[in-house]
Every structure is written in structure tokens, then in C-alpha cells.
Design a binder for this molecule. Structure first.
Ligand code: SF4
Length: 501
């Protein structure tokens, strides 16, 4: 027997973040907030709090690899170690080499000439290669391999006077995707990159302020959603903001006319009960499913039963949309639970010697055979990345002896890597890219009776757009909204490969 990771090839995102200022036992709020954001990162978690005495403040830290419930299983950590009324927290998913290494677990904490500083980051920088190179050449010692530490060093090296000015100065140097919560001795600083790639919302719990990657973190705490942190906005929460209820806010240069929110957050990453980019994820995902049915219905005979199943859990909502639109179009479709997902598989488990690729998917999914046998089955999935999981799922479904299997994907084919915080691999490893986007070849490879993807046009019809709000669609279209350093691309591929090895 050996221990290994179960990695189902779904897209992964880099992290969920939470920041709280002005709440007694801030660690408890952060803990529950991180729990709600567990889907954004399951490899590691950490919380840093600021504790004050009459004449000084100090930072308390607890972080480790594992799920939130494991990292903080001893409640004394929350109530005795992590004292203080301000803090930040982080859930990590990583594509860097030392993914499981505790040194890369966030928040990252330092003590520098202005005092204590801790940072938690969601996103990926596109100029980190040159920044790291320049910093290393000038004598900077790195403790981690994360982009996040670069930001800390830039803040610490800034010649500006105050912590806020230093943060603002550093954020003008970095490029790419960053949603950040930064804790200093006297402030919680909340910032988002000028393109607004990753979501970040601002809320209140009584007098206290809270920021989180998604609003589902507010719901669990009974916090009130105030608004999204705007692209390029830097918000400063301090004691004055607590007493007046008003906070300072400033904007980074280089904010484009329209934002470039990651459209994949709507397709897959964010929880359906969250509101991101000013819109309910559930609402958008249903629309996406409806659009898919309009574009790619599966016809059936009068008395034939068309069974529509989702790949749980991320495809459930789009599947509901698909079924409701099919019914509107006069197709006798029925939503069924045909695939059961085990929710109890941890990141590591003991795997048998006779370990096969099929067993990997069977550990995670099983079919309800009575639902599928003899039926015409439509399976709705949110995306196909490398194609290995999809092939295994189809094999599993075919074992249940359906009459036909039709595969519907609620996103366009993923043809290009993401440099803004998703672990989409290099082009040559992407299923759709390998087969030049040829639907017939992909259909044969998946061994299904028909295959269809949502078009990019229909996807864009499903999301709210206006003169300020736009989307990044680079993994589908190849149109990257920002420049990506050549070295960064190579480094990115190397990191992903190393993490996978
Ligand atoms: S490339 Fe794709 S996954 Fe990455 S930010 Fe853009 S839309 Fe999102």
C-alpha cells in the first residue's frame, strides 16, 4: 500500500482569502469564512491575527498543510493562540513545485522596519520571473517559491514613508492577477488588480469589516455584503474606519476601461450560492445551461426517456438550466441523479497496489445503474481540461449499459493555458488543443454518441456585461488581456509539471 494524492483532473484555482478588522476573536470569523471557501483550495490553510497590548502589537500565526478542519482541529488554536480583533486567512491550492511544503503556506508573515506585516494572495503574477530575478540579484533572500513573497519584499524595500504608501508603491510594480488582504500593525489593506481577474467582496459584521473571495463566506457568518472591491482599488481599514464606519480607498494606475473578470469563476470555481462580479453565480450558471440546451439539444422520440445527469457538484446548476430549457423546447428530458460523488475522499489516501486509472475515478464517482440502464443519457460537465477524467467517467457510465451517451460541456473548448491563477496546463496537454478543437475527433476519443460545447458567444450572453464590466476569456480565445513574460510561461509550465510529478 502506498499513500498518494487523488487528483481528479478538474481545473483548480489558487486560493480563497478572508480578512477581518474590528471583531473580537477575529480568528473565529476567519475560520468559518475559510471553511465556506474550502472549495477554492484544499492543500493548506493558515490564519494570522494581530494582538495588541497597551504599548505594542504582535502577530499570532498558525498555518499548515491540510483542510481547514484538520489544520484548526484543536479549538485552543483559535481561542488561545490566535487572539486579536484583526486578522487574515488563506486556503491554498498550488501549482508550484513544493505544493505541499509548509514553507509555502500562507499567510506569509514578516517583521520589517515598519513593524509586522502579513499577506494572503489569490491570483498569479505575470511578471514574477523578472521581479524575482531582480530581487535575488540585489541580495533578497527568498523563503518560499510563491509569487506572494515577491509582493512582501517589494513592500519592504519601498522607500516611501508609510506602510500604506509602501503597499501602494509595490502594487504598481506587479502585473497579473491579485486579490489581496494585507495585515499591518494598524491596518487591514484590501486590494484587487486593475483588471479584476479574481473576485473579492467587502462586508460588515456589526461594526467590524470583512473581506472575502466570495460572498458565501459572509453568509455563514451572518455578515452583510456591502459591495465588491473594485478593480484596481486599494481599501484601508483602520481604527478610524471602525469608529466612523467610513474607510479610505484609492485606485492603482492602469485600470482598463472594462474589467477582465475571470469568466471561469462563473462556469466552475465559485460556489453557486455566492455573488461574484456583482451577480449571482447560480443565476449565471442556469443561464449557461439553458444556452447549452438551445445550442446543443439532444432530441428524443415521443415515448423515449431522455435522462440528463450532471457531473456533481459543479455541474449541477448548469444541468438544471439545461433540463428546463430542453422542456421548454418540447424535449421530454428528466433531471436524474445518475452519478454519485464521494465527498469523503481527502487529499491523500491509502491506495491499493492494483491501482488503476479507472479505480481513481471510481473512488470518487459511482453510477446509479437503475437510472442509466437502457436510457438515452445526456451527461453535462462544466469543462474538459486534460480529458482523462471525462474518458474515465464515460467508461464508468457505459458500464451501466445506457442506450446512448451524449456529452454536453457548459463552456467552450479550453485551448490555452491560464496565467492568472488556474492550473490549466500547457497547450499540448489540453484535450481540445491536442485534437485541434476538432469535435468529431474529441467525440471519438471520449467514446460518446455526440459531443457539444457551449459557444463563446453564448457564454458571453449568459454573463452580465456593461461599459465597465468585461471578462477574460483567454483560455478559450487565446486573447490574453495583459502581457505575459516569456520566461513566466516557461516557468509556469515547469512548475505545473513539477507539481504533477
Ligand atoms: S485564462 Fe481562463 S481561467 Fe484564466 S483568468 Fe482568463 S478566463 Fe479565467
Amino acid at each position: 500500500m502506498r499513500e498518494a494524492q487523488i487528483k481528479i483532473n478538474k481545473p483548480k484555482t489558487f486560493c480563497g482569502i478572508v480578512g477581518v478588522y474590528g471583531a473580537e476573536n477575529a480568528s473565529n470569523y476567519i475560520y468559518y469564512g475559510l471553511n465556506a471557501l474550502q472549495h477554492r483550495g484544499q492543500e493548506a490553510a493558515g490564519i494570522v491575527t494581530r494582538e495588541r497590548t497597551a504599548d505594542k502589537s504582535f502577530f499570532n500565526v498558525h498555518k499548515s498543510t491540510g483542510l481547514i478542519a484538520d489544520v484548526f482541529k484543536d479549538e485552543r488554536i483559535l481561542n488561545e493562540t490566535l487572539k486579536g480583533n484583526a486578522g487574515i486567512g488563506h486556503n491554498r491550492y498550488s501549482t508550484t513545485g513544493a505544493a505541499e511544503s509548509s514553507k509555502n503556506v500562507q499567510p506569509i508573515v514578516v517583521n520589517y522596519r515598519k513593524g509586522n506585516l502579513a499577506i494572503a494572495h489569490n491570483g498569479n503574477l505575470t511578471n514574477s520571473h523578472s521581479l524575482r530575478h531582480d530581487l535575488t540579484e540585489s541580495g533578497t533572500l527568498f523563503q518560499t517559491t510563491t509569487d506572494t513573497e515577491i509582493i512582501l519584499h517589494l513592500i519592504a524595500r519601498s522607500q516611501k514613508e508609510t506602510v500604506i504608501e509602501q503597499v501602494y508603491d509595490a502594487l504598481q510594480t506587479i502585473r497579473g492577477a491579485f486579490s489581496l488582504v494585507i495585515l499591518s500593525d494598524n491596518q487591514l489593506i484590501i486590494a484587487r488588480d486593475p483588471y479584476g481577474f479574481r473576485p473579492l467582496a467587502l462586508g460588515r459584521i456589526g461594526n467590524a469589516f470583512i473581506a472575502a473571495s466570495e460572498t458565501c463566506a459572509f453568509d455563514i457568518l451572518g455578515a452583510e455584503y456591502v459591495r465588491d472591491v473594485e478593480p484596481g482599488e486599494v481599501i484601508i481599514i483602520d481604527d478610524e474606519a471602525l469608529s466612523t464606519g467610513k474607510f479610505r480607498s484609492m485606485y492603482l494606475p492602469g485600470i482598463p476601461e472594462r474589467s477582465h473578470h475571470c469568466i471561469f469563476e462563473f462556469i466552475y470555481f465559485s460556489r453557486p450560492d455566492s455573488k461574484i462580479f456583482g451577480e449571482s453565480v447560480d443565476k449565471v450558471r442556469r443561464k449557461i445551461g439553458k444556452g447549452l440546451a438551445e445550442e446543443a439539444p439532444v432530441e428524443n422520440d415521443e415515448d423515449e426517456k431522455l435522462v440528463v445527469i450532471s457531473v456533481p457538484d459543479s455541474s449541477n446548476t448548469a444541468t438544471l438550466g439545461y433540463v428546463s430549457q430542453s422542456l421548454k423546447m418540447g424535449i421530454k428530458a428528466k433531471f436524474e441523479i445518475g452519478l454519485i460523488r464521494s465527498h469523503y475522499i481527502g487529499r491523500t489516501f491509502i491506495q491499493p497496489n492494483q491501482y488503476s486509472r479507472d479505480l481513481k475515478v471510481k473512488i470518487k464517482f459511482n453510477t446509479v445503474k437503475g437510472v442509466l440502464k437502457g436510457r438515452k443519457v445526456v451527461i453535462v460537465d462544466d469543462s474538459i481540461v486534460r480529458g482523462t477524467t471525462s474518458k474515465q467517467l464515460v467508461r464508468l457510465i457505459r458500464e451501466a449499459e445506457p442506450a446512448e451517451v451524449h456529452f454536453r460541456v457548459s463552456s467552450p473548448p479550453i485551448m490555452h493555458p491560464c496565467y492568472y491563477g488556474m492550473d490549466f496546463p500547457s497547450e499540448k496537454e489540453l484535450f481540445a488543443n491536442q485534437l485541434n478543437g476538432d469535435i468529431e475527433k474529441m467525440r471519438r476519443e471520449l467514446n460518446v454518441d455526440s459531443l457539444a460545447y457551449l459557444s463563446l458567444g453564448k457564454l458571453l450572453d449568459s454573463v452580465p456585461e456593461d461599459e465597465r464590466r468585461g471578462y477574460c476569456t483567454a483560455c478559450f480565445s487565446g486573447e490574453y488581456p495583459t502581457e505575459v513574460e516569456g520566461n513566466r510561461k516557461e516557468e509556469f509550465e515547469a512548475n505545473i509539471n513539477e507539481a504533477r510529478a
